[in-house]
Write a protein that binds this ligand. Sequence first.
Ligand code: HEC
Ligand code: HEC
Length: 325
Amino acid sequence: MKKTLPVMIAAAAMIPGGMVMAEDLQSYKDRFEPLPHLPPIPADNSMTPAKIELGNMLFFEPRISSSGVISCATCHNPALGWADRIPRATGHDGQVGERNTPTVLNSAFLGSQFWDGREPDLEGQALGPIEADVEMAMDLDVALERLTEFEIYREKFAEAFPDDDDPISGENLAYSMAAFERTLNTPNSPFDLYLSGDENAISQQAKDGMVAFVDNGCVACHRGPALTDSQFHAIQVPGSEDLGRYLVTGEESDKYRFKTPTLRNVAVTYPYMNNGATETLEEAVAIMGEEMLGREFEQETVDDITAFLHTLTGEMPEFEIPALP
Ligand code: HEC
Ligand code: HEC
């Protein structure tokens, strides 16, 4: 997008010392890290093709919910940025939960899982939604019994966990889902291409946005490959009474603290915030300025940062739409 002269002067004036020259942009780029193709892989859960295939099937398997109609993909829908595009998740019996569904894309890069970080890793996370009353409301043993009825699951679990005598277990269900989720990464976004030397991969406005993102301090919390510090920060989102991290630790100082979400693919994972009350990225950027940095941004700064955030949408992962028994 070509800017008119007065607008350019305004943009330049916002940056102390005037326009950021191309060579100086390097020091800004140095504040970021490209997204690797693979996340860290735990020593006790290697990513074998058999395990990934089983995890892929189970992710789409509604039989592990008590109604038989809700799968992980109901809320983490691949067509909707692996989230659900509604403010708060709707689960078993149409119940609406308290929180917005985060994307599972790049979730293996996070230091902990859920808005309040109550699970350390994807293995620990996977069984939660199956048993949660507002999500899939299922007794895990019943879920395992249902799967055991099918020859194909008996085969696939045995292939994925060849050393186990009794491979259809809750633990293996969690391990295979986690292995599958570790394949759901989105490298090669325009911003990653820019970081690796393609100067034309992102627009001038997005470059201005990158500069504003650093100069205003967004990068203090949104940093590292997934643009999150995986830490918990206090924010009182309009319309939310959620106590956040406090519900996990019971520490007074953790009230209203939430995990910094990834900004990878944030342009496609609306609505925003832990309760999904914020519809547009522009609003989310303005709220961050006010709540986290105590600044009221000019519309132009909001637009530049938003343009930058749009460059964080990467290549969507390959997966199978499985043929379930
Ligand atoms: C009813 C909708 C729903 C279903 C079904 C569901 N989820 Fe979620 N998922 C959510 C919501 C809402 C959260 C955030 C909850 C919280 O933070 O307390 C979440 C959080 C997560 C996270 C953490 C991501 C992050 O950024 O912290 C992962 C990973 C995840 N779900 C995977 C799964 C898997 C695997 C399944 C199937 C076993 C599943 N989900 C089923 C709605 C759902
Ligand atoms: C002090 C740490 C901190 C700073 C600084 C910060 N953020 Fe955040 N950001 C967070 C946390 C925590 C959340 C989650 C808020 C919630 O609970 O809904 C968040 C949420 C967001 C979201 C919504 C993402 C989603 O999926 O819902 C966007 C977009 C965002 N931040 C962008 C920015 C921008 C742009 C800046 C700079 C203007 C910034 N943030 C500064 C910690 C921070």
